[in-house]
Ligand binder design. Structure first.
Ligand SMILES: Nc1ncnc2c1ncn2[C@@H]1O[C@H](COP(=O)(O)OP(=O)(O)O)[C@@H](O)[C@H]1O
Ligand SMILES: [Mg+2]
Length: 507
């Protein structure tokens, strides 16, 4: 093996942050090398430097032993480096081929040869098992397919080093498997892959070697087969992380949420959930498993009053709440960790302080005689920031300036501190690093033990299995089965998630 990329003593400062602190990284030819680290560790910055998007304040880059100055992506592409960003850079109105060819024209080719390009794209996608139609418009494509366009774009431009920045963050478990198959094909054909991730399972599954970054520094580079999740987590977070969620058997009490024959339509007026029935008791966690897009959003929206149910009924603490406005439910003790914390969970431009009292600011002690009591709000916010360990330079910074993990803690603090009787948690750890995810899991179990009824929606089977007392599987808007956690095998759950198995049970 020989080093294809060598980054030596790379330093990069942003105002107030040392994003890369004397980083040394060596990538061998033909390997899949994972860059692992929590949010903010400096992974993207380092790769943006290699791709010529940022210039380093100090340090050198060597490609195949020769020192190079890469001061633009154009230069990087010329050197055989391609990068697929977290946010794709495609033009939706154009076709796959047009997107790929765009910007690759050279002087010798004064006009676009689209048919020729389409042929080349077909050949490339076949070679690597990417299955892409060059004449499809990009806006018709799923997120997974758009990612493939980005990969083919890099290959089309002759990349033999491919950098992927958190590529699985937007994929379903199946799409992730497909992507990994593509990465293995690339490796077999002699390409070098740099895979950025904060997910330990994926790093263990796909990489040959892994470099762990923490707070802008390289902690260690390891051979993947010689390490394990526990060691990687410790290196990444700087302390022990346990993957087992500590919990005793559920002590269930009275029914808190009852859903009876609930149906609702999606935004295109198609039936999205079909006659769903379930009962959730105080003191238990019911996990709702399923591949994204099988009616999870519509079910939760119609329970919480955000979407009109077309038939069926919902009861909270025995009272009918079908099609009541969300505020009514909050008043009755609903805690809600929404799917999209950026859009629904937080007001991005508002300070953390105000975000922490979002549904309660109009009531005492935060408001009296129509005036807001800022002192009470500030004191309460300070208390929550401390209790929930929200890392922020000040309580007055806008929510948008916090890291994903800390934004989620703001939502969690607000929703849990009200001691809800029902907590609906949708993808509560999506996009979070292990440290933050561990904390969220611990808090959810604590809420359960306090006597809260918890409805957990997650596409991560591991999370469902770790937390749930009972598991329901949603497929195409229907419940395929409801099982006790101890009776649920991964195989059965997988079959139900794919719609090929159904258990006839009561609710
Ligand atoms: N363009 C930028 N301007 C200012 N700060 C930045 C910029 N890009 C990244 N940072 C900061 O640098 C640090 C490393 O960020 P990043 O490389 O994106 O981490 P990662 O990809 O590991 O999550 C973070 O503290 C981040 O806030
Ligand atoms: Mg990043």
């Amino acid at each position: 093996m020989s080093a294809i990329v060598k980054m030596v003593n790379i330093v990069k400062r942003f105002p107030g942050v040392l994003a890369n602190d004397q980083i040394n990284l060596q990538i061998e030819t033909g390997e899949i090398h994972a860059l692992l680290g929590e949010n903010g560790a400096g992974k993207t910055t380092l790769m943006n430097i290699l791709y010529g998007l940022h210039s380093a304040d100090a340090g050198q880059i060597y490609l195949k032993g020769r020192e190079v100055k890469i001061n633009s992506p154009r230069k990087a592409i010329d050197q055989g480096i391609g990068m697929v960003h977290q946010h794709f850079m495609l033009i939706p109105a154009l076709t796959v081929a047009e997107n790929i060819v765009l910007g690759t024209r050279v002087e010798r080719e004064p006009f676009l040869d689209l048919p020729g390009a389409a042929k080349k794209i077909r050949a490339l996608s076949q070679q690597y098992g990417l299955d892409l139609d060059p004449v499809a418009k990009v806006w018709h494509l799923s997120v997974g397919q758009q990612q493939r366009v980005e990969i083919v774009k890099a290959l089309y431009r002759g990349a033999d080093i491919l950098i992927l920045d958190e590529p699985t963050a937007v994929l379903t478990p199946q799409e992730t498997d497909e992507l990994f198959a593509v990465l293995r094909r690339l490796k077999d054909e002699g390409h070098t892959v740099i895979f950025i991730s904060h997910k330990l399972n994926e790093v263990m599954q796909i990489s040959d070697r892994v470099t762990v970054l923490r707070q802008g520094r390289v902690i260690k580079t390891l051979n993947t087969p010689e390490t394990d999740k526990t060691e990687l987590a410790r290196l990444m977070v700087g302390r022990e992380i346990s993957f087992v969620v500590d919990k005793t058997p559920a002590q269930t009490r009275q029914a808190v949420l009852e859903v009876k024959g609930l149906s609702a339509r999606d935004n295109r007026q198609l039936e999205a959930i079909k006659s769903i029935s379930l009962t959730l008791k105080a003191g238990e966690i019911l996990g709702l498993a399923g591949v994204d897009g099988n009616g999870q959003s519509e079910l939760i929206e119609s329970i919480t009053g955000l979407r009109k149910a077309s038939s069926g009924q919902v009861f909270l603490q025995g009272k009918p709440i079908t099609n009541q406005p969300p505020r009514f439910l909050f008043e009755m003790g609903l805690g809600f960790i929404p799917e999209d914390r950026n859009r629904q969970g937080l007001v991005r431009d508002m300070p953390i302080t105000e975000n922490l009292v979002l549904q309660r600011f109009y009531r005492p002690p935060f408001a009296r005689f129509g005036f807001l009591n800022y002192r009470a709000i500030r004191e309460y916010a300070a208390e929550l920031i401390k209790k929930y360990d929200i890392r922020t330079p000040s309580p007055m910074v806008p929510a948008r300036n916090l890291s994903g993990g800390n934004q989620q803690k703001v939502v969690l603090a607000r929703e849990m501190d009200r001691q809800p009787s029902l907590l609906i948690a949708m993808h509560p750890t999506r996009g979070l690093d292990v440290g933050a995810a561990e904390y969220v899991h611990k808090r959810i179990v604590e809420e359960r033990d306090r006597g809260c009824a918890i409805l957990l929606v997650s596409t991560e089977l591991e999370e469902i299995l770790a937390l749930s007392d009972r598991i329901a599987v949603l497929y195409e808007g229907q419940i395929m089965g409801l099982l006790d956690r101890n009776q649920a095998s991964i195989e059965d759950l997988g079959l139900m998630m794919a719609g090929s198995k159904r258990l006839e049970t009561g609710s």
